[in-house]
Structures are given as C-alpha cells and as structure tokens.
Write a protein that binds this ligand. Structure first.
Ligand code: C2O
Ligand code: CU
Length: 452
C-alpha cells in the first residue's frame, strides 16, 4: 500500500479525540474554477450511468484523479425536482462491480430504497434498475451507491438530490456545496487501500485532502443566497465555519427548522446536510477550524455588488408534513454502539456491534406497527464518533432540556456521548439503521427494523 501524501501534514486532535491528518495544501482564492463542476440541472436526467471518470480534485489542473462517477462526472449530476413530484431515473451500472442507488433522506417507498439484498436485487455490471418514487418532502438530499459503499462512495458514486418547495424562498442564488475528502497522493493518485483493517477499526477512511465543490463559484456582495451543504465523505466529521455571510440555518438534513438558528461553527457528520440562507457581505469562505491554522476548504468569491438586495426577513421554510409523535412513546429502546479500537468487550462477531450483535440478523432488531412512536436512547460506548442513519424516516433529536429538537435522518454521537431520538415509524417495509462511517457499517455497525 502506498502511504498518504508525505510532506507537511496537519495533525490535530479535535471533536473529542477524532484524530485528523490533512495535507496542508491550501486553496487560493480564485483557484476554485474546476472542470468537474456538474451544472445544476432544473430537471433530472432520465439515466444515471455509473462509470469511470477523470476528476480534477487537486487545484492544479495537471494532476487529475481516476474515480467513478455518474454520466461522466463526480459528483454525479445534481437532480432537481419539486416537492410532490415523482422522480423517475434509470440506473445503469458501467463499473465492473455490482451496485445500487440509495436516495439518502427521502421518505421513500421501501422497494425504491436501493439496498441490495433487502429492497432490491444487486444490479450486476452491465445491468440496470428503474427507480421511480414520489418526493414527499422539500429539502436537500443526496444519492449514493449502497453496495460496498466504503469503496464505491469513496470512489465518487454520489450526487445531490434537491427537492424544491412549491414556492421556494426568494434568493438570488441557490447553491449546492458538496464537502468531501479524498485519500490521494500529492500527484492526485487515489490511494486504493480500501477495506484495510486499520480504517475499519478506527475512525474509517479519512482523506489526505479535503475541499468543497460548489455548484457556482461567484456571487455578488448583497446577494441573498441559499447554501445547501452536503457532507459526502465516507467517514470524516467536518467541523465547519462559514464566513462572509450573515443569515440563518434553515434546515438540517433537509427538514425545515421551526426556529431558525444562527450560523455558528457546526459539525457535519458523514451524510448530514445543512441549509443556510444569508446575505453575502464578502467572499464566502468554508473553513475547517483546527487548533493551529485554519484549513481552507474553498470559497465562493464575492465579485461586484447587487444593486437591489432582497430585504425581506429570512423566515422558516414551510414545515414538513410529518406525523407528530405521541406524547407517550409506544416503545422505549436502547441502542448501544460498541466495539472498535480502544473499545471495550462486546458480544458481536465483527469489529463493531449494536447491542452485542454485529451486522444483519435474519430477523429485524425490532418490528413496529405502522404509526408507532418510538424513543431510542443511543449510547456511544466507543472511542470514536458515529453518525447513525435510519432509512425511510426522519426522527427528532431530543435536546438536552428534554424538548423535541430538529428532525434528522442522521445523528452524530461523539465518543462516549448519549442522545435520545424520537421517531414515528410510519413507513412500511424493511429499513436499515446503520453507522454512516461506511467502514463501520461494513464492519458490523448496522441492523434493521421492520414496519408492518
Ligand atoms: Cu446514506 Cu444506508 O445510507
Ligand atoms: Cu461508526
């Protein structure tokens, strides 16, 4: 195996022991213009074809990276539709390995969820699969491979899925910002040490280089923008600071907040999203704060002035139509996250487990009746952070004061952290519940529930 890029690296400890090592290579303002930017399409292409692509990940154009993508680019094309519409996409598998597409965060009908062996057959090389499903919620979602995802997502098989509100809020630009890291050498070569035991038992595959890929790279001062940030990394939790913009967080994981939050430093676990609406004061910078010099993930350059800025207040988005949980839950459960390096003993037969069971069992962890309100206490009994994702539903995070917090489909638990979530299981079928550190998922941190 080749090592990660040599040369100056940033070694730092943050987010409660998450060890990060990043190549100290900076973005310079203006170098963000890239050839791989997928242009936002206002409608979805009829076909998503997975295949090899040559991508410009490093800022210098001579060093490219061989990855996989959809329709010739990674990220794949941005799919855009309106809430309530039906999205119909044919997937064609042009890579030399089985695959399938999962539509992350969509409260989808079970047969379209894209989990091979559970909701559909594996799509073999050269074969295809027709996806067609209704989009019940407006918001920022994404799609990605759900087979050997620790390799296929890392190689680039993902893209944004944007569902617009019936009446979108007034903004000058609606910009999707993909945030990812890659394990590449200094010349851009992908380090192909997928599936190694060290990554599986520690924090997962962390890259040597990280950056944003924005759908647009300039704005004007005074523009009102909506930013939809998506963490597509396989394992990295990004601490994130966004400067140059005054505004509000309007939606985590695509689901509108009733009470808007300030744009502060935030953490985004793999698969989590955050929507912001704000007014541009200066170049919008995306910064990975570190104990030392901040690592610049890239920017959207402010060029010129908007002569007629939008002055209306930034308001909450229309609420999602979710079933409210009942005051007394029908079930109270505990899910203990166990294993990994420096973790204690557990009863599972792989590196990671939930409640002493590693990986998929023949019978579901739980079977719920449709409409059950379930309160789950998640206990992270490991030395690493985990982003726990439930398919087919969104759940409320319970705040420290006991109130019901934001709806999410992925919740971040720092090491040794405990959090309750409350979910109304109202979507029929078999649903995965797993860690979105994709190496942890592959090494046992996954289970499933059934709603009947
Ligand atoms: Cu985004 Cu089961 O995954
Ligand atoms: Cu994990």
């Amino acid at each position: 195996m080749r090592g990660a890029a040599r040369g100056p690296t940033l070694d730092l400890f943050c987010c409660e022991g998450l060890h990060m090592s990043l190549n100290r290579r900076r973005f310079l303002a203006g170098t963000a213009a890239l050839t791989l930017l997928p242009n936002a399409t206002l409608s979805a292409p009829a076909i998503l074809r997975a295949g090899p692509v040559t991508a410009q990940i490093l800022p210098d154009s001579k060093n490219t990276t061989q990855l996989w993508g959809f329709n010739g680019s990674t990220p794949g094309p941005e799919l855009r539709a309106r809430v309530g519409e039906t999205l119909t996409v044919r997937f064609e598998n042009g890579i030399g390995s089985g695959s399938a597409i999962h539509w992350h965060g969509v409260r989808i009908e079970n047969g379209m969820d894209g989990v091979p062996g559970m909701t559909q057959p594996l799509v073999e090389p050269g074969q295809g699969f027709d996806y067609s499903f209704r989009l019940p919620d407006a918001g920022t979602f994404w799609y990605h491979s759900h087979h050997r995802s620790w390799e296929q997502v890392e190689r680039g098989l993902y893209g944004a899925l944007i569902v617009e509100e019936a009446t979108p809020p007034a903004v000058d630009h609606d910009i999707t910002v993909i945030l990812d890291d890659w394990r590449i050498d200094r010349d851009g070569t992908l380090v192909e040490d997928f599936g190694n035991r060290r990554d599986f038992s520690h924090a997962g595959r962390l890259g040597t280089f990280a950056r944003i890929i924005p759908s647009q790279d300039t704005v004007r001062r005074g523009d009102r923008v909506r930013l939809r940030v998506i963490n597509t990394a396989t394992a990295r939790v990004f601490p994130l600071e966004i400067t140059g913009l005054t505004g509000k967080v309007v939606a985590p994981d695509g689901m509108p907040l009733e009470t808007l939050r300030d744009i502060d430093r935030t953490f985004l676990a793999p698969a989590q999203r955050i929507d912001l609406i704000g007014d541009v004061a200066d170049t919008v910078k995306f910064i990975f704060p570190t104990g030392q010099d901040p690592y610049e993930l890239g920017d959207i350059v402010a060029d010129g002035n908007n002569p007629k800025p939008i002055e209306t207040p930034i308001l909450p988005l229309p609420p999602a139509r979710v079933t409210p949980p009942s005051a007394t839950p029908d079930h109270r459960l505990t899910l203990r996250l166990q294993g990994g390096a420096m973790g204690g003993m557990h009863g599972g037969d792989d590196i990671w487990s939930f409640n002493d069971v590693s990986g998929m069992s023949d019978t579901p962890w739980q079977r719920f009746s449709r409409g059950d309100t379930v309160r789950i206490t998640l206990i992270n009994d490991t030395s690493f952070p985990h982003g726990i994702h439930l398919h087919g539903h969104h759940f409320h995070e319970v705040e420290e004061d006991g109130s019901l917090g934001a709806l999410r489909d992925t919740t971040l638990l720092m090491r040794q952290q405990t959090r309750d979530v409350v979910c109304v299981f109202d979507n029929l079928g078999k649903w995965l519940l797993h860690c979105h550190m994709l190496e942890h998922q592959a090494a046992g941190m996954k289970t499933w529930v059934e709603v009947v």
